[in-house]
Design a protein around this ligand. Structure first.
Ligand code: TIU
Length: 223
């Protein structure tokens, strides 16, 4: 066992045991980041998410070098939509719905080009990919078992979007007893104000459901 490393974080520094820490990369899929996918059909400016790619690629490289467990998630549904609740399918007035043809195949459907992870962050051989039908990565997946099997107790949480799937997953993980560090420049929102308050909410009230820290501090600590 190696000594824990201390990361300057909000609301206070956190000691990470690297052997028990996983990097979780949430939903860095073409359908959320590129024009023509799910994010854009909801009316969002998808270019807002692009700023996450470079720092997250740097953190991913450092995590791989450190031998850390890396887990990627993808939000999406079976081709027959049997795992997509009508409330999710019909909500709002999207220009297209989940399952409709988009610029990169059927929107948010497993196996389609748009559903997969962007080239810059493509999973390496042996890295875990969790397909999830919901916003949280624990609901209807085997993530809890994967973490238990690998004796993980702490998570570095990254990906998109900050206030939706990153928050839901972090809250789920926090309730399950995991210590979560949300890496502030490696999460992104379509809405700048949600990015700011989304991060503030995590670390407020003494770190009510986690910590936040920039990737530079995390990389320096784990390298
Ligand atoms: N729409 C939005 O902000 N997010 C999602 O629908 N999914 C994720 O956050 N991955």
């Amino acid at each position: 066992m190696t000594d824990p490393v201390s990361i300057p974080a909000l609301p206070e520094p956190i000691a990470l045991d690297l052997a028990r820490t996983a990097l979780v990369i949430i939903d860095m899929q073409r359908d959320f980041l590129l024009p023509g996918g799910f994010g854009e059909t909801l009316g969002n400016d998808v270019s807002q998410l692009q700023r996450v790619v470079k720092p997250l690629a740097g953190l991913l490289a450092a995590a791989r070098d450190a031998g850390m467990l890396v887990i990627h998630t993808r939000e999406g549904h079976l081709p027959d939509l049997s795992d997509c609740p009508p409330a999710k399918l019909n909500r709002g007035a999207p220009s297209k719905r989940i399952g409709d043809p988009g610029a990169f195949g059927r929107i948010l459907i497993r196996g389609e080009y748009g559903h997969d992870i962007i080239d810059e962050l493509a999973p390496a051989d042996g890295e875990i990919v969790i397909d999830k039908p919901g916003k949280g990565a624990f609901y209807a997946t085997d993530l809890a078992k994967v973490l238990a099997d690998n004796e993980i107790t702490q998570l570095l949480v990254t990906g998109v979007t900050t206030e939706v799937c990153v928050h839901t997953t972090t809250r789920e993980a926090n309730d399950r007893g995991y210590e979560c560090v949300v890496v502030s420049d490696c999460v992104g929102s379509y809405f700048p104000e949600f990015q700011r308050v989304g991060l503030e909410m995590i670390a407020a009230q003494g770190g009510i459901f986690g910590w936040t820290a920039p990737s530079g501090e995390v990389i320096a600590a784990i390298s």
